[in-house]
Structures are given as structure tokens and as C-alpha cells.
Design a protein around this ligand. Sequence first.
Ligand SMILES: O=c1[nH]c(=O)n([C@H]2C[C@H](O)[C@@H](COP(=O)(O)O)O2)cc1CO
Ligand SMILES: [Zn+2]
Length: 157
Amino acid sequence: ISEREDILESAQYFMGVALLAARRSRDPSTQVGACIVNEEKKIVGVGYNGMPNGCGDDSLPWRRSGDNPVETKYFYVCHAELNAIMNKNSADLKGCTIYVTLFPCNECSKLLIQAGIKNVIYLSDKYHKLDNVIASKKMLDLTCDSPTEPVEKNVVR
Ligand SMILES: O=c1[nH]c(=O)n([C@H]2C[C@H](O)[C@@H](COP(=O)(O)O)O2)cc1CO
Ligand SMILES: [Zn+2]
């Protein structure tokens, strides 16, 4: 019997879990998933963007824009990274790697850094021109073990 040659690589597996989590998001425009992996390559937290617990799926707006910012989603939605950290099933996240389907914003990067996460692997970087993402990269460059890197897009399905 020959050895299987098409086993899923670990990065593809963990990003695959992040992509599956993203599919749970009710955000009509951007669904984000995050998967935190420890140094033993065990999954220790998964999350996706959604409204805070108990707020009810239809009680808060999912709109992106409007005259009144209180009527848009941005004040309310919990980012995927926040949820993945809060869902952690290990004592701490020191030295962990996070796989995220969208490059983390500055607020999430602060959370990741303070939690001890040392590597960020992402899929989309569609907001790279925004100031908050530029600031986010500055912080991650200072704190991560290896440069934040995109996963090979063509291998994730
Ligand atoms: O780091 C992030 N993590 C995350 O979960 N999100 C979520 C918040 C919103 O629900 C959605 C972004 O929405 P929009 O693309 O419509 O602006 O993605 C957004 C960012 C920003 O990069
Ligand atoms: Zn964020």
C-alpha cells in the first residue's frame, strides 16, 4: 500500500476551520473566521464575527452605513478574533498562532498581542489601505515571531 500523498497540510486544515467558522456569521457583507492553534498544533479557540451574546440576531442592525452610526453594525459586532480568544479552552494563549480569514484590525491585534499570540496567518487583506490596518501591521511586526503571512490562497478550498 502506497502512502497517501494528498493529506491536508496543517495550514490548510487550520485555515479551513477558520473558513468553516466564518460561514456561521450572520454579517451580510463580510464573514470572518478565526482559529487559534497552540505550539503543539492543537486547536484551542475558534470564533466568527457576530453580535454580542444575548443581543439577539435581529435586535441590532447589520447595516454598514447610515446617517446615524448607532444604526449601523460597527458599534456592536464582536470580531472573530475577540470571539476566538474568549472561547479559548486552554489556560492561556502564549505562543499560539492565529489563522484568520481577514487581516486583523488594530483593536483585534491589541487583543492578540496582549493574549500572547505570536503568529498571524491570514487569507484576505482586502482592507490593507485603511489606516487601522496599517497601524495593526505596525504592532504585529513588532511583536510576532515571524512576519504575518498570507496562506497560499490556491490551496484552500
Ligand atoms: O479584524 C476584523 N475582524 C472581524 O471579525 N471583522 C468583522 C466585523 C464586521 O462584522 C465585518 C466587516 O464588515 P464590512 O466589511 O462590511 O465593513 O468583519 C472585521 C475586521 C476588520 O479587519
Ligand atoms: Zn478586529
